[in-house]
Design a protein around this ligand. Sequence first.
Ligand code: PEP
Length: 248
Amino acid sequence: MRRKLIAGNWKMNGSQAANDALVQAVLAGLPAGACDVAVCPPALYVPQVHGLLQAQNAVALGAQDVSAHETGAYTGDVSAAMLKEFGVRYAIVGHSERRQYQHEGDELVAIKAQRLLAAGITPIVCVGESLAEREAGQTEAVVKRQLAAVTHLNGKCVSEIVVAYEPVWAIGTGKTATPEQAQAVHAALRAQLAVAVADAGKVRILYGGSMNAGNAAELLAQPDIDGGLIGGAALKAPDFLSIIGAAT
Ligand code: PEP
């Protein structure tokens, strides 16, 4: 009932030539009847990738962040309306790298999600615990607090979001949560959504954290894992395509 979504987070990688080659290879290799697919290039490359994708519907365009403000004197920011103008359909908010390096907190993440929803863009809201928090038995409390900020602020619109569970200790480290560990957190998030929003059954919960061609099928077979947010493996077309194949 929930279509799987595989979203590639390119992070601060790419060049015009590399983006062109990657997008062409992904489009050429997509399996028939593929699951939903999105790619999230750096903001500067959004117009380029929009141009590369626009003749087709199989791969959607995403962004990695958005301003918390609507318009005005916010040097360096990119607004939700600007993303929308370039065909952006998804935008990541609350990625752990932004929480860590840009000190973004739950409230700011919720406001960013609100800006996106108002512009008709689907927020991919990232939640996830650090290794210390997992070892202290705080995993559920942390991810529930992070998700509650968004559901609280965005009320009825929240069934329009995508959630990504990304344990911080698994991102870019080659360490993946086991399917059982991931499923347990996804089930807890699903239960939280069921209380917080009508239509919670519609909300896709992606797993992210060193998902790759070798482990995707097992993770995606879990009942509450509705796709993946893919970092490193999204930069290589064959790897990204085999994850898409596992979700299709
Ligand atoms: C991410 O940054 O969202 C991510 C999941 O990265 P990786 O797949 O490289 O762990």
